[in-house]
Design a protein around this ligand. Structure first.
Ligand SMILES: [Zn+2]
Length: 391
């Protein structure tokens, strides 16, 4: 027997009474069938309602051939009358997201002829897949048009047209439909076959905000948030911007410009730092002139600095140079360089002795890092000098 669907007569109905017709044992609970229900079952991309039946939590709601199954942890006695309570906040949230989908897809369909071929409502945001490419500027223009439709507070009307009316009607549909078709109309914006629950007027959607646009199989996936979700999203973004604004002493609407200036200053400071480092490396290289094999420790260099210092000293020392920079607790970066010869055997011995890793494309230049302290590094160096020597 088909369940009477109270949610289609009154989308705001939250409390109702109904008779228990049947209670079936299911895999992880009980499926209760009522003579009528205000619980919307999962369908049309919209998640099901939640709430309670006689204080028992409704865990899931599914429709099977017109019969609506309410999943409960415990059974209800057939023949009894029960009170149902729908979680209205959850219902309203999903209705806002769903109506926003019709508005956004409707304006895109009318302007560009694209169809919505995939729809997924998540906990935080909703995704629609369009079967064609639209660039971001076109989509954000459609977002503006969609919001105009929200603020016009247009009615969202559901109807079940007869076959001849339906045959004359131009409406969006994801699949070929048989039997009675429910049509949801937003005048001037969208006509669509849909079984979902909507807000009564577009104004209740509040706001539609596109969050991201990604290319997907010859089309685009548009992620958006509507209503309360859009408010929470923008609230979070504003809090972030306020923090950036305070840290950079920039007006809230000029933070991007302030960040750009900051990055320019950073780049200039980096350039100056590299130039000063290079001068020091040249001085160090002169000090090591003709010293032969050389071990150097230099403070606070990054990997590139270690490389440049090794490059500079190898030109003057007349042997192999090994440069380290770092600290006991974080480990050391190293660079090993010479003007000629093959440093790979030495690099391998170094990595083995000092718990290191690294290598290089050239036989005369190797780079890496070690997990060892300075004493161990110096001991390794001495063993190389006194033992087999540096090859
Ligand atoms: Zn729909």
């Amino acid at each position: 027997m088909e369940t009477e669907k109270l949610y289609y007569n009154d989308g705001k109905l939250s409390a109702f009474t109904a008779a228990v017709l049947e209670c079936r044992e299911a895999k992880d609970g009980w499926d209760v069938v009522l003579d009528r229900t205000a619980f919307y079952p999962e369908g049309g991309g919209q998640p099901c309602d939640r709430g309670t039946l006689e204080r028992l939590e409704v865990l899931d709601v599914q429709e099977q051939k017109g019969c609506i199954l309410h999943r409960l942890e415990q059974p209800l006695l057939p023949g009894t009358e029960v009170r149902g309570q729908v979680d209205v906040a959850r219902r309203f949230d999903y209705a806002q997201q769903h109506t926003a989908d019709h508005i956004l897809t409707g304006v895109i369909h009318r302007r560009y002829g694209l169809d919505n071929v995939g729809f997924h409502m998540g906990k935080e945001s909703t995704f629609i897949d369009l079967n064609g490419i639209l660039d971001e500027s076109a989509l954000f223009e459609m977002e503006r048009v969609a919001n105009e439709a929200v603020w016009m507070d247009l009615p969202v009307e559901a109807s079940w047209p007869d076959d001849s009316t339906l045959a004359r009607l131009d409406y969006r549909s994801k699949k070929a439909l048989t039997g009675p078709v429910r049509i949801v109309t937003i005048p001037g914006i969208d006509v669509c076959a849909c079984c979902g629950i909507h807000v009564e007027h577009t104004g209740a959607v509040g706001l539609i905000k596109i969050l991201s646009v990604t290319r997907l199989r010859g089309g685009v996936r548009v992620e958006y948030a509507a209503g309360r979700r859009a408010y929470h999203y923008l609230d979070t973004v504003q809090q972030q911007n306020r923090m950036i604004s305070a840290v950079l002493s920039a007006r809230p609407l000029h933070t991007a410009e302030a960040v750009r200036r900051l990055l320019e200053e950073r780049d200039a400071a980096r350039k100056r730092c590299v130039a000063l480092e290079q001068k020091r490396f040249e001085v160090l290289a002169q000090q090591q002139s003709g010293q032969g094999d050389t071990l150097l420790f230099e403070e606070e260099l990054n990997a590139d600095g270690v490389r440049r210092l090794a490059d500079a000293v190898k030109e003057t020392c007349g042997g192999t140079v090994l440069v380290f920079s770092g600290a006991e607790d974080t480990g050391y970066q190293y660079a090993l360089a010479a003007q000629e010869g093959n440093l790979r055997p030495l690099g391998k011995a170094l990595n083995e002795a000092l718990n290191g890793r690294g290598g290089g494309r050239e036989d005369t230049f190797l780079q890496g890092s070690v997990r060892a302290d300075r004493t161990q590094i110096e001991a390794f160096w001495r063993s190389c000098q006194s033992g087999s020597g540096i090859e």
